[in-house]
Design a protein around this ligand. Structure first.
Ligand code: CDP
Ligand code: MG
Length: 141
């Protein structure tokens, strides 16, 4: 069964001109791009998107990072795309991300304790639905 996930190239990835390489990996894997948009995030949307982290002491750093420049947001579809895109991204902390994964190959962090890890992907089908609705509107699920 084909499923959808929400993904993002974070401000460090956009600034470092990694959009093309990352989109190439998505296409090479055989996933279909359903939506794609470059835009600035907002504090309001990030508080909802990262609702599981708003109470952490480092949430201010996350806001500063995620608002430091435009993000590329998108929806991709394909078989098991939620899990598959998470595997392609690699572990949250670039130090733990295996070579060959996007974070393992491209991420620089942690810099000053702030994890800059280039990409985001929904961690479950439920999160994917929620995040697609949050960023693109309810009718896009
Ligand atoms: O992005 P992922 O789903 O792998 O991890 P998360 O636990 O949902 O955290 C979301 C994002 O918050 C991470 O990708 C990091 O950018 C940031 N974060 C951080 O800066 N420091 C942490 N200790 C945990 C998360
Ligand atoms: Mg997450």
């Amino acid at each position: 069964m084909t499923e959808k996930t929400f993904f993002m190239i974070k401000p460090d990835g956009v600034e470092r001109r990694l959009i093309g390489e990352i989109i190439h990996l998505i296409e090479r894997r055989g996933f279909t791009i359903e939506r794609l948009e470059l835009r600035m995030a907002t504090e309001d949307i990030l508080r909802q998107h990262y609702s599981h982290l708003v109470d952490k002491p480092f949430f201010g750093d996350i806001l500063g990072y995620m608002l430091s420049g435009p993000v590329l947001i998108g929806v991709i579809s394909g078989p098991k795309v939620v899990k598959s895109w998470r595997i392609m991204m690699g572990a949250t902390n670039p130090v733990d991300a295996v070579p060959g994964s996007i974070r393992g190959d491209f991420a620089m962090g942690p810099v000053d304790g702030n994890i800059k890890n280039v990409v985001h992907g929904s961690d479950s089908k439920e999160a994917a639905q929620r995040e697609i609705a949050l960023w693109f509107g309810q009718s896009n699920n």
